[in-house]
Design a protein around this ligand. Structure first.
Ligand SMILES: Cc1ncc(C[n+]2csc(CCOP(=O)(O)OP(=O)(O)O)c2C)c(N)n1
Ligand SMILES: [Mg+2]
Length: 357
């Protein structure tokens, strides 16, 4: 029996969860959302650069362009809730409150990373921030999120589970089986499909028999709603509503957020399947640009305070890079099999980790 230790909750460095449903959002809260989107963008741009310099190895699927979905959705859940993520999951981890340094270290395969360098880009789990984990299997987290919602129900918890996935995953069997089960049992899960119009190089319109994913919701006895995934507060509003339903025992919701990934599917993708005009259209609808304009218009932000915020974010990203690339060691080969088997259990003291390595 291994040592049992209590998991310390890392307080989210992102937006404070101060604003409850119906309450007017404070300028501070909205600036927190903006900052988190900017941090994700800065992080992802740095990841892309490090991939190009071969400092970061392996596959990374960059989230740049989709920030409003992760930040809007995660700002609408509470400390007692959970989330499951995908192969394009860095934004979800950060929006849930992950630390930039530990994230970057994990991507670099360093011992100081969230999973001690074992998970890398596609398998980051951060249970202390309610992140049950990402997966490289497209659609693989949909049954996991559904199962977590079933666990919440059986444990009589007032928790909801956010389950992120892409448009490609919505054509997988896992999606249909899970939604059917969740609809039948009215599980407290919020399915968030990030429809970024492509699954690798295949356009959504060529892959999907219907023209909307949320349109499938009635077939599984749940409401479906399409939102503008470039608008952080619109995503937040839809998730708040879905979370309210789930907590009242009314069951799951399927949200389809229309969005766009700026980079190719992965580093080697030259994006020949889409036009410059299409890319320009979505860059015009950049989620950070749109929210910045809203905050400028309402007086919560000035060009000067935005520049100061950008400088702070740049500094934080540079510090994360330095920590991960220069200051952190690789795991020792003798520790290769450590943590291969481990578990997390809920006790009176909260989440604890069992088993040793
Ligand atoms: C079950 C499975 N099939 C295929 C793949 C290869 N694959 C990795 S990502 C991807 C595209 C997924 O598209 P989508 O769900 O829309 O997510 P996006 O990449 O657009 O964020 C595919 C086909 C995989 N990893 N797992
Ligand atoms: Mg997609």
């Amino acid at each position: 029996m291994g040592k049992v230790r209590e998991v310390k909750r890392r307080r989210a460095a992102g937006p404070a969860k101060a604003a409850a449903k119906g309450e007017a959002l404070t300028a501070e809260f909205k600036l927190g959302l903006l900052r988190r989107m900017m941090e994700i963008r800065g992080f992802e741009d740095k990841v892309f650069e490090l991939l190009g310099r071969n400092i970061l190895q392996g596959a990374s699927h960059v989230y740049a362009g989709q920030e409003a979905v992760a930040v809007g959705a995660c700002s609408a859940i509470e400390d007692r809730d959970y989330a499951t993520s995908t192969h394009r999951g860095h934004g979800h981890c950060l929006a849930l409150g992950a630390d930039l340094k530990l994230m970057m270290a994990e991507l670099c395969g360093k011992a100081t990373g969230y999973c001690k360098g074992r998970g890398g880009s596609m398998h980051i789990a951060d249970v202390s921030n309610r992140n049950l984990g990402a997966t490289g299997i497209v659609g693989g987290n949909i049954p996991v999120g559904t199962g977590a919602a079933l666990a919440c129900r059986l444990q009589k918890k007032d928790s909801v589970v956010l389950c992120f996935f892409g448009d490609g995953a919505a054509n997988e069997g896992n999606f249909h089986e899970s939604l059917n089960m969740a609809g039948k049992w009215k599980l407290p899960v919020i399915y968030i499909c990030e429809n970024n119009l492509y699954g690798m190089s295949v356009a959504f319109s060529r892959a999907c028999a219907v023209d909307s994913i949320c349109g499938r919701a009635p077939g599984y006895a749940m409401p479906g709603r399409r939102v503008d995934g470039q608008r952080v507060l619109e995503v937040r509003g839809a998730v708040l509503e879905a979370a309210g339903r789930a907590r009242r025992g009314e069951g799951p919701t399927l949200i389809e957020a229309l969005t766009y990934r700026y980079r190719g599917h992965s580093r080697s993708d030259p994006r020949v399947y889409r036009t410059k005009e299409e890319e320009a259209y979505w860059h015009d609808r950049d989620p950070i640009k749109l929210f910045k304009a809203d905050l400028l218009a309402e007086g919560s932000l000035t060009e000067e305070s935005f520049a100061a915020l950008q400088a702070e974010v740049d500094k934080a990203i540079a510090a994360a890079e330095k920590f991960a690339v220069e200051e952190s060691p690789y795991p020792k080969p003798s520790e290769l099999l450590d943590d291969v088997y481990c578990g997390w259990v809920e006790t009176e003291k909260g989440l604890v980790r069992t088993g040793n390595s």
